[in-house]
Ligand binder design. Structure first.
Ligand SMILES: [Mg+2]
Length: 214
Protein backbone atom coordinates (compact mmCIF):
# COMPACT_ATOMS: atom_id res chain seq x y z
CA UNK A 1 0.00 0.00 0.00
CA UNK A 2 1.47 3.35 -1.03
CA UNK A 3 1.85 5.83 1.75
CA UNK A 4 1.35 9.49 0.92
CA UNK A 5 0.91 10.79 4.43
CA UNK A 6 3.52 13.51 4.96
CA UNK A 7 4.56 14.24 8.54
CA UNK A 8 5.37 17.86 9.38
CA UNK A 9 7.27 18.95 12.49
CA UNK A 10 7.66 22.25 14.25
CA UNK A 11 11.23 22.82 15.50
CA UNK A 12 11.60 24.96 18.65
CA UNK A 13 9.84 23.49 21.68
CA UNK A 14 8.99 20.36 19.66
CA UNK A 15 12.28 18.84 18.48
CA UNK A 16 14.61 21.17 20.40
CA UNK A 17 14.20 22.77 23.80
CA UNK A 18 13.90 26.55 23.88
CA UNK A 19 17.27 26.91 25.62
CA UNK A 20 19.12 27.99 22.47
CA UNK A 21 16.56 30.47 21.10
CA UNK A 22 15.89 31.92 24.53
CA UNK A 23 19.63 32.46 24.94
CA UNK A 24 19.73 34.62 21.82
CA UNK A 25 16.59 36.63 22.60
CA UNK A 26 16.71 36.88 26.40
CA UNK A 27 20.45 37.02 26.88
CA UNK A 28 22.45 37.82 23.72
CA UNK A 29 20.38 40.67 22.40
CA UNK A 30 19.77 42.30 25.81
CA UNK A 31 23.53 42.17 26.49
CA UNK A 32 24.25 44.02 23.25
CA UNK A 33 21.55 46.58 24.00
CA UNK A 34 22.86 47.04 27.52
CA UNK A 35 26.40 47.66 26.32
CA UNK A 36 25.44 49.91 23.43
CA UNK A 37 22.95 52.02 25.35
CA UNK A 38 24.82 52.01 28.65
CA UNK A 39 21.90 50.68 30.67
CA UNK A 40 22.05 47.82 33.12
CA UNK A 41 21.29 44.35 31.91
CA UNK A 42 17.99 43.86 33.71
CA UNK A 43 16.70 47.14 32.31
CA UNK A 44 17.88 46.21 28.82
CA UNK A 45 16.20 42.82 29.12
CA UNK A 46 12.94 44.43 30.22
CA UNK A 47 13.11 46.78 27.27
CA UNK A 48 13.74 43.93 24.81
CA UNK A 49 10.97 41.73 26.18
CA UNK A 50 8.55 44.66 26.11
CA UNK A 51 9.41 45.35 22.48
CA UNK A 52 9.04 41.68 21.49
CA UNK A 53 5.67 41.45 23.23
CA UNK A 54 4.45 44.55 21.49
CA UNK A 55 5.27 43.00 18.12
CA UNK A 56 3.96 39.52 18.99
CA UNK A 57 4.67 36.10 17.47
CA UNK A 58 2.07 36.40 14.70
CA UNK A 59 4.24 39.11 13.16
CA UNK A 60 7.04 38.07 10.84
CA UNK A 61 9.30 40.66 12.47
CA UNK A 62 9.24 38.67 15.72
CA UNK A 63 11.48 36.10 13.98
CA UNK A 64 13.80 38.48 12.14
CA UNK A 65 16.94 39.19 14.11
CA UNK A 66 18.03 41.81 11.58
CA UNK A 67 14.82 43.71 12.28
CA UNK A 68 15.55 43.71 16.02
CA UNK A 69 19.18 44.67 15.58
CA UNK A 70 17.98 47.67 13.54
CA UNK A 71 15.26 48.41 16.03
CA UNK A 72 17.76 48.65 18.90
CA UNK A 73 20.33 50.63 16.92
CA UNK A 74 22.67 47.66 16.50
CA UNK A 75 22.64 47.43 12.72
CA UNK A 76 26.42 47.05 12.60
CA UNK A 77 26.04 43.63 14.26
CA UNK A 78 25.92 40.44 12.19
CA UNK A 79 22.79 38.33 12.92
CA UNK A 80 24.54 35.08 11.99
CA UNK A 81 27.40 35.79 14.41
CA UNK A 82 25.07 36.44 17.32
CA UNK A 83 23.10 33.26 16.63
CA UNK A 84 26.10 30.97 16.16
CA UNK A 85 27.64 32.13 19.44
CA UNK A 86 24.88 30.19 21.24
CA UNK A 87 25.00 27.08 19.03
CA UNK A 88 26.41 24.90 21.87
CA UNK A 89 23.10 25.44 23.66
CA UNK A 90 21.03 23.57 21.05
CA UNK A 91 19.41 20.61 22.84
CA UNK A 92 17.34 17.92 21.15
CA UNK A 93 14.67 16.14 23.14
CA UNK A 94 15.66 12.52 23.80
CA UNK A 95 12.98 10.94 21.62
CA UNK A 96 13.75 12.96 18.48
CA UNK A 97 16.44 10.92 16.72
CA UNK A 98 14.91 7.49 17.43
CA UNK A 99 11.39 8.54 16.42
CA UNK A 100 12.44 10.42 13.27
CA UNK A 101 14.58 7.44 12.27
CA UNK A 102 11.72 5.04 12.83
CA UNK A 103 9.19 7.11 10.88
CA UNK A 104 11.63 7.67 8.05
CA UNK A 105 12.39 3.97 7.78
CA UNK A 106 8.67 3.30 7.55
CA UNK A 107 8.55 5.45 4.44
CA UNK A 108 6.84 8.60 5.71
CA UNK A 109 8.08 11.76 3.98
CA UNK A 110 9.17 14.14 6.75
CA UNK A 111 9.12 17.93 6.63
CA UNK A 112 10.57 20.44 9.07
CA UNK A 113 8.11 23.34 9.18
CA UNK A 114 9.21 26.16 11.44
CA UNK A 115 8.63 29.87 11.90
CA UNK A 116 12.29 30.20 12.90
CA UNK A 117 14.47 32.37 10.68
CA UNK A 118 17.11 30.62 8.56
CA UNK A 119 20.03 31.58 10.82
CA UNK A 120 18.36 29.83 13.74
CA UNK A 121 16.99 26.86 11.81
CA UNK A 122 20.32 26.11 10.14
CA UNK A 123 22.23 26.15 13.42
CA UNK A 124 19.70 23.86 15.09
CA UNK A 125 19.57 21.43 12.17
CA UNK A 126 23.34 21.28 11.98
CA UNK A 127 23.99 20.91 15.74
CA UNK A 128 21.16 18.40 16.10
CA UNK A 129 22.14 16.33 13.06
CA UNK A 130 18.59 16.62 11.74
CA UNK A 131 19.20 17.11 8.01
CA UNK A 132 19.32 13.39 7.02
CA UNK A 133 15.75 12.83 8.23
CA UNK A 134 13.95 15.55 6.32
CA UNK A 135 12.82 15.71 2.71
CA UNK A 136 12.24 19.44 3.13
CA UNK A 137 13.24 21.98 5.75
CA UNK A 138 11.18 25.13 5.54
CA UNK A 139 11.73 28.41 7.36
CA UNK A 140 8.21 29.73 6.92
CA UNK A 141 9.30 33.28 7.79
CA UNK A 142 12.41 33.47 5.61
CA UNK A 143 11.60 31.07 2.79
CA UNK A 144 7.93 31.95 2.34
CA UNK A 145 7.68 35.43 3.90
CA UNK A 146 4.80 34.44 6.18
CA UNK A 147 4.20 32.74 9.53
CA UNK A 148 2.21 29.76 10.74
CA UNK A 149 -0.29 32.25 12.18
CA UNK A 150 -1.58 32.36 8.60
CA UNK A 151 -3.68 29.45 7.36
CA UNK A 152 -2.28 29.90 3.85
CA UNK A 153 1.08 28.62 5.12
CA UNK A 154 -0.52 25.24 5.81
CA UNK A 155 -2.41 25.24 2.51
CA UNK A 156 0.89 25.79 0.74
CA UNK A 157 2.47 22.97 2.76
CA UNK A 158 -0.35 20.65 1.79
CA UNK A 159 0.01 21.56 -1.85
CA UNK A 160 3.75 21.00 -1.67
CA UNK A 161 3.29 17.60 -0.03
CA UNK A 162 0.88 16.56 -2.77
CA UNK A 163 -1.31 14.69 -0.34
CA UNK A 164 -2.42 14.52 3.26
CA UNK A 165 -0.26 16.13 5.94
CA UNK A 166 -0.17 15.57 9.68
CA UNK A 167 1.53 18.40 11.56
CA UNK A 168 2.80 18.44 15.15
CA UNK A 169 4.06 21.31 17.27
CA UNK A 170 4.01 22.94 20.67
CA UNK A 171 2.19 26.18 19.84
CA UNK A 172 -1.49 25.69 20.47
CA UNK A 173 -2.57 28.24 17.91
CA UNK A 174 0.09 28.06 15.18
CA UNK A 175 0.69 24.30 15.27
CA UNK A 176 -2.77 23.03 16.13
CA UNK A 177 -5.71 25.39 15.68
CA UNK A 178 -4.51 27.09 12.48
CA UNK A 179 -3.70 23.89 10.54
CA UNK A 180 -6.95 22.28 11.68
CA UNK A 181 -8.88 25.33 10.52
CA UNK A 182 -7.92 24.46 6.94
CA UNK A 183 -8.52 20.74 7.24
CA UNK A 184 -5.07 19.42 8.10
CA UNK A 185 -4.69 16.87 10.81
CA UNK A 186 -2.61 18.30 13.64
CA UNK A 187 -1.36 17.36 17.08
CA UNK A 188 -0.33 19.59 19.93
CA UNK A 189 2.75 18.42 21.86
CA UNK A 190 3.08 19.38 25.52
CA UNK A 191 6.70 18.56 26.35
CA UNK A 192 5.79 18.99 30.02
CA UNK A 193 4.48 22.49 29.45
CA UNK A 194 0.85 23.46 29.69
CA UNK A 195 -1.83 24.24 29.05
CA UNK A 196 -2.91 21.58 26.61
CA UNK A 197 -6.13 20.54 24.98
CA UNK A 198 -7.90 17.21 25.01
CA UNK A 199 -5.74 15.02 22.82
CA UNK A 200 -2.48 16.91 23.44
CA UNK A 201 0.45 14.52 23.28
CA UNK A 202 3.32 14.42 25.74
CA UNK A 203 6.10 13.42 23.39
CA UNK A 204 6.99 12.20 19.91
CA UNK A 205 6.60 8.52 20.80
CA UNK A 206 2.90 9.12 21.28
CA UNK A 207 2.84 10.89 17.93
CA UNK A 208 4.53 7.94 16.19
CA UNK A 209 1.98 5.56 17.71
CA UNK A 210 -0.88 7.74 16.41
CA UNK A 211 0.36 8.09 12.84
CA UNK A 212 1.17 4.40 12.58
CA UNK A 213 -2.39 3.68 13.60
CA UNK A 214 -3.75 5.77 10.71
MG1 LIG B 1 7.49 25.71 18.61
Amino acid sequence: MGRRLTLSFDLDGTLTSNHFVDSVWMEGLPELVSRRQGMDLSEARRMCLGAYEQEGPSSIRWYQLSYWLDHFGLNDMEPAGLVSRYAPRVELYDDVLPVLGELQSQGFPLVLFSNAARHFLDVEVSRGGLAPFFDQMISVSDDWGMTKAEARAFLRLKHLAGGDVVHIGDHLEFDYLVPRSVGLQAYHILRDRGPGVEGSLNDLREFAARVKGE
